[in-house]
Design a protein around this ligand. Structure first.
Ligand SMILES: [Zn+2]
Length: 134
């Protein structure tokens, strides 16, 4: 067996390194009904980023200048809104209320203390304050 063959064999034996689980926020699923926008997976997104859907929704309606309500598994926004705009705002929410500012990981929890709110990182232990009032 020549050297290259040996090398090839050796490579085959090496197990592929398991890719680190990437944090990828699911894209919003929605459709328009009349002049309303119905979001059908906001609850899944909220549980993926481990945040209260009410908090996330409060942020979204403020940022999108609309009003909204939760109806079962659906969220109804009171005007037609472009999906990319909603995704963009979810990204901003994650940046502000989910990602750790120290290590950038999403393994965090939101803590409320008196009138203050903090993002506490479960990965590195860092804690930073965020606005308590959206
Ligand atoms: Zn961290």
């Amino acid at each position: 067996m020549d050297y290259h063959k040996l090398l090839e064999e050796a490579y085959k034996k090496i197990k592929p390194i398991e890719a680190t689980k990437r944090f990828e926020i699911p894209k919003i699923e929605a459709h328009v009904e009349g002049n309303k926008t119905i979001l059908t997976n906001l609850n899944q997104i909220a549980s993926y980023i481990r945040r209260d859907i009410n908090h996330l929704l409060k942020f979204l309606v403020k940022e999108l200048a609309t009003s909204g309500k939760i109806e079962g598994n659906r969220v109804i926004l009171q005007r037609k809104i472009n999906l990319s705009k909603i995704n963009e705002k979810i990204q901003s929410y994650v940046k502000e209320f989910v990602l750790c500012r120290e290590c950038g990981l999403p393994d965090t929890e939101l803590i409320k203390q008196d009138r203050f709110m903090f993002v506490h990182c479960l990965a590195c232990g860092a804690k930073h304050s965020v606005r308590a009032k959206i």
